[in-house]
Design a protein around this ligand. Structure first.
Ligand SMILES: Nc1ncnc2c1ncn2[C@@H]1O[C@H](COP(=O)(O)OP(=O)(O)OP(=O)(O)O)[C@@H](O)[C@H]1O
Length: 788
């Protein structure tokens, strides 16, 4: 019996205990909710839910109705593996390191916790920046923003999902920054705002997300990220996602993660790339790569292809499939337009640099072709990840030079990349070499691009760390140049080891500024981790300050630091004895991610070629006919008078030397001539004597003028009288020829004549008084000629 009693008591006791525990739990939950409402604890809603059970559908997630509504609109039903594993942890407020294959849905795995994290905290405009998402490239930022607005569209508690994208007007961003609650941006631009935007603070930040974390944490962004972290509160949630996740303790320590949960979805899998992706490689000697690529395009006209290689030449050869081109030097609007066109097209080939190597989610890409081998297996994984996204099929082709084959394939195997070797049928082979040569010959721009592609490629090989795979000695330079249509291999100068080291040290200090500039200019932070970028940062800054200057096409062309390779005959033209060519910084064709291997690349003065072309530009401008309006304006008298040079009055001395009218006398000479007062009196005396003389001359001159005037009048009157038939008579004294006189008329005229001319009254006929003057003689001659 005692046993029975014992059992009864323990059951009762257990019941009591459970009841008290339950009421304690209820009290605790109530308390937690209160805290959550007041914002004192970080996650509330999810503590009430059991997130330990396997959740497979979005509808099973304890999400706010706003996020759930947004997800319903997106038609997503089941959770992707990474979402299933990472979301419960992230929603609980844990720090998460998420690794999953490309295209497996990582973006949603951090967007949902960000939106939810702020929604449950009832975050509003006055709370400031709540979440910061850092993405390495602008394209990725755009993609994240698209998703964020999709899923967060119903959220009324988050007033706005503001955006900051590198490359936009800094001032506009600054104005909007203070109102932001969620910020998506590139690292460089973020740091720039933290340093330079007054009033911008991240003290209240709750969640930090690093998208493509391995890339963001690598050497190139190291300083920038450290700078950003310094400005963030340590008490925050941090989420890191990438296809190739970092596990470096050092990296994680830098981010001050708190007991992070490592969520790796495909770690146990045989492949680190999507299972739906078929991967091939083909061994092609470097000089035959373009031929192979062209043949490939010709045989895949109905596909959507992404290629990393030269675009300009292929565009001119019309392979029969629309071609697009995307690179970091394009403006953000152009990039967005091309990205949209590629996304919406079904049959198209996009030639691109590594700006689309990561994260971008183009729908339905059939092929990713890599004409050059990437620097490492991780980069390869990200590149091929642009196809076979989220359970779709895709194919990838990698061209390897014979020397690269064995070690690179080994590297891929180590990273669990299943890749198969294929060969190209000889019937499918084509040669574009001759076409390229003809193009280079006709068009200097193509030649320039060919040279640039050559330099970029060689440089990329030189920079690669993996010396076992990439060997400079293996390169068939002349043959490769010929395959690009060039007459010979351009010469390339690589800096000495010492210079490289000096630059490297310098680079460390410059990197921060460079990152800022990058995000301020093109925002593609993917370029900031290259040493070339650092070297060019200064020149970019200079260029920006020189913005006011009008720059011609040639200026732009020559501002590139590989200007000397433009054309060899320019060099010959100016007899420039430069036998070296500096490597190119515009990695449009071959982007290199490696950062700890610097090249020497000094910033130069404008070269002779540049000056020469400037001269030619000026001459052309001068030759250009002015507009009609300008020509007329220039000819107007007013303009001539206005533009005419102002004369200076000079006086000439006896020797014919010119002097200004007033010359200051030598002081010594002046003092020698006596006291100033006396000199003044003497001067006045001389001047008054001169004036008297001049006065007399003037009087004589005016008398003469008066006399001449009278004589002219006389002659005129004589002429008039002769017109009226009055015959002047001969005057004995004058010995003028006798003439017949009309008595009657003479009488009548005589009165007038004598009145005016004081002619002697004794003569009935009037006399010509004085024939000395020219006028009198002319009048008489005219009279006689008329024969009257
Ligand atoms: N649960 C889901 N159901 C269906 N489609 C999904 C789901 N989650 C994501 N997707 C889709 O899968 C595609 C790839 O997703 P996302 O871009 O997030 O991949 P990722 O893992 O970030 O790739 P990467 O490593 O290349 O950046 C997108 O088109 C996205 O809309």
């Amino acid at each position: 019996m005692p046993g029975r009693i014992k059992v009864g008591r323990s059951k009762e006791a257990r019941q009591q205990k459970r009841q008290s525990e339950e009421s304690e739990l209820v009290r605790l939950k109530q308390r937690i909710e209160e805290f959550a409402r007041s914002g004192l604890i970080r996650i509330s809603a999810y503590l009430k839910q059991d997130l330990s059970k396997e959740i497979t559908k979005f509808s099973e997630l304890p999400l706010s109705k706003e996020t759930a509504q947004g997800l319903k609109q997106s038609h997503f039903v089941t959770l992707a593996d990474i979402q299933r594993k990472a979301l419960p942890l992230a929603l609980k407020g844990k720090d998460v390191l998420g690794a999953a294959r490309t295209g497996s849905g990582k973006t949603l795995a951090f967007i949902i916790p960000v939106l939810e994290g702020l929604l449950v905290r009832k975050w509003n405009q006055h709370d400031g920046l709540g979440a910061l998402i850092i993405s390495p490239t602008r394209e990725l930022v755009c993609l994240v923003l698209k998703l964020e607005s999709l899923y967060g569209s119903g959220s009324s508690d988050i007033p706005s999902s503001p955006k900051v994208i590198g490359g936009k007007d800094l001032q506009t961003e600054r104005d909007r920054l203070s109102k932001m609650n969620i910020l998506v941006c590139t690292p460089g631009r973020m740091l720039q705002h933290m340093d330079q935007t007054a009033g911008f603070e991240a003290n209240n930040l709750q969640i930090l997300v690093l998208d493509e974390a391995d890339r963001i944490l690598d050497m190139g962004f190291r300083k920038t990220i450290d700078g950003i972290i310094e400005n963030l509160p340590p008490n925050r949630q941090t989420l890191l996602f990438s296809a190739t996740q970092t596990k470096s303790v050092g990296d994680l320590a830098r981010l001050s993660l708190k007991e992070p949960e490592y969520v790796a979805v495909h770690e146990a899998s045989q492949s680190s790339t999507p299972e739906t992706l078929q991967q091939h490689y083909v061994v092609v000697p470097l000089p035959n790569k373009l031929d192979t690529l062209f043949a490939f395009l010709k045989t895949h006209l109905k596909s959507k292809i992404l290629v990393r290689f030269a675009y300009e030449t292929f565009k001119r050869m019309h392979p029969g499939i629309p071609l697009l081109h995307l690179h970091g030097k394009q403006k953000q609007t152009a990039r967005a337009e091309i990205t949209a066109r590629f996304s919406s097209s079904k049959q198209v080939c996009l030639f691109s640099t590594d700006i689309v190597a990561r994260g971008l989610d183009f729908p339905a890409v059939d092929w990713v072709v890599q004409v050059d081998a990437p620097e490492d297996a991780d980069t390869y994984i990200h590149r091929v990840g642009r196809t076979a996204r989220y359970e779709r099929n895709g194919r990838a082709l990698l061209m390897l030079s014979p020397g690269e084959e064995s070690s690179f394939v080994e590297r891929l195997c180590t990273k669990k990349v299943p890749i198969e070797k294929i060969t190209i049928k000889s019937s499918k082979r084509l040669s574009v070499k001759e076409q390229l040569q003809a193009m280079c010959f006709k068009d200097p721009e193509i030649k320039y691009l060919g040279q640039k592609a050559f330099v970029s490629y060689i440089r990329s090989i030189y920079l690669k760390k993996d010396r076992e795979t990439f060997n400079m000695q293996d390169l068939l330079l002349e043959e490769y140049a010929a395959s690009l249509g060039l007459a010979g291999a351009p010469k390339i100068k690589f800096g000495s080891t010492c210079q490289a080291k000096a630059l490297k040290n310098n680079t460390q200090t410059k990197r921060l500024t460079a990152a800022e500039i990058s995000s301020g200019s093109d925002g593609d932070d993917s370029s900031t981790n290259t040493p070339e970028f650092e070297a060019s940062a200064q020149s970019r800054r200079e260029r920006r300050t020189d913005k006011a200057k009008i720059r011609t096409k040639y200026d732009r062309m020559f501002e590139r630091r590989n200007q000397d390779i433009l054309s060899e005959h320019y060099g010959k033209l100016i007899k420039e004895n430069k036998d070296t060519i500096d490597a190119d910084v515009d990695d449009d064709f071959m982007a290199v991610k490696r950062t700890d291997h610097d090249l020497v690349d000094e910033i130069r003065e404008p070269s002779e070629v540049q000056k020469l072309v400037h001269g030619m530009e000026l001459i052309n401008q001068m030759r250009k006919p002015p507009s009609k309006r300008k020509a007329q304006q220039a000819l107007s008298k007013k303009a001539i008078a206005k533009n005419a040079p102002k004369g200076t009055r000079l006086v000439f001395d006896d020797e014919g030397e010119a002097h200004p009218i007033y010359e200051l006398q030598d002081e010594q000479f002046f003092l020698k001539a006596g006291l100033p007062e006396r000199q003044k009196l003497e001067y006045l005396k001389i001047q008054s004597g001169d004036m008297e003389e001049k006065d007399l001359l003037d009087k004589q001159h005016s008398k003469e003028k008066h006399r001449e005037k009278i004589l002219r009048r006389k002659a005129r009157e004589r002429e008039e009288s002769s017109d009226e038939g009055v015959q002047p008579v001969s005057n004995d004294e004058d010995k003028s020829p006798p003439v017949l006189v009309d008595e009657e008329k003479t009488k009548k005229r005589k009165v007038n004549w004598f009145d005016d001319h004081h002619m002697p009254k004794k003569n009935k006929a009037f006399q010509v008084g004085d024939l000395n003057s020219l006028e009198d003689q002319e009048a008489l001659a005219a009279y006689l000629l008329r024969g009257e």
